[in-house]
Design a protein around this ligand. Structure first.
Ligand code: ZN
Ligand code: ZN
Length: 259
């Protein structure tokens, strides 16, 4: 069973490709369960996401595709939501979807994964930045609002790595994810970024497996060429760590399948 739950479309303003184009590619790749997780609207960083008034048409498009492609591929509807406590919006949280991905793209409103704001790393203690990042992941998990933790160690994107053991930095965040019954995605976007590595890293994957936290897979596609990119590497990593099953969702209910 091939699962890919993290995909964007042209609607978020920084990706290419329509729902239909992604599905065509996913079918060609032999993907069985394909989920859209568009950047949810919020009253912050508005240029990189849907507008509130676009939610309905996005949801309608994906649900229409679910029916149109029935029997060929299972299409799921989701959102990727930024966990920024001051901007959490109930319109998004209450949307009738299959799953919600909770992601940290901001530390105190600093967009650390955006090349535009790369200067933010200057003059700060890298271990402190990493600890604030994982503190944010911990709060996100403790909020209990999400099904999946997105790209768990996204902060490594530009190769600003901690000098402390990342497993210690992430310890409380992982505990909170476990307690919240969340799934962690193996996200292959990192392979296309300066770090050239899957999120999460192998040492973190080992901790995640130790804690018996379920996993799922995501391309984090922002263009048609990204669809399915790095899947073999993601599966190899998961298998080497010991995983045989991956999570999928329907109406926010979980289902574990062999991958
Ligand atoms: Zn994006
Ligand atoms: Zn993301």
């Amino acid at each position: 069973m091939r699962i890919d739950l993290h995909n964007h479309t042209i609607r978020c303003n920084h990706a290419e490709g329509t729902v239909d184009e992604y599905i065509q590619k996913a079918i060609a790749l032999g993907i069985d369960i394909y989920g859209f997780s568009e950047h949810a609207p919020m009253n912050f960083d508005e240029n990189y996401r849907l507008c509130f008034h676009e939610m309905k048409s996005y949801e309608k498009d994906v649900l229409y595709a679910r029916e149109a492609y029935e029997g060929k591929i299972e299409i799921l509807l989701g959102y990727e939501i930024d966990y920024l406590p001051n901007y959490i919006n109930h319109k998004v949280l209450d949307a009738e979807v299959d799953y919600l991905i909770g992601s940290i793209h901001f530390i105190n409103e600093w967009g650390f994964d955006n090349p535009e704001f790369i200067g933010g790393y200057e003059g700060r203690d890298i271990n402190e930045i990493w600890q604030s990042y994982f503190d944010a992941v911990e709060s996100m998990a403790k909020s209990g609002l999400f099904d999946i933790a997105g790209h768990l160690d996204l902060l490594k994107v530009f190769k600003f790595l901690p000098t402390k053991d990342v497993r210690i930095l992430a310890k409380n965040a992982l505990k909170a994810i476990k307690k919240a019954d969340m799934t962690i995605e193996i996200d292959t976007a990192g392979l296309r970024k300066p770090i050239e590595e899957i999120y999460p890293s192998r040492p973190l994957m080992e901790e995640i497996y130790e804690l018996d936290i379920p996993i799922t897979f995501g391309s984090d596609a922002h263009s048609i060429e990204h669809a399915g990119h790095g899947y073999d590497a993601a599966v190899s990593l998961a298998k080497e760590i010991g995983y045989t099953k991956a999570m999928t969702f329907r109406n926010r209910d979980k289902r574990l399948l062999n991958f």
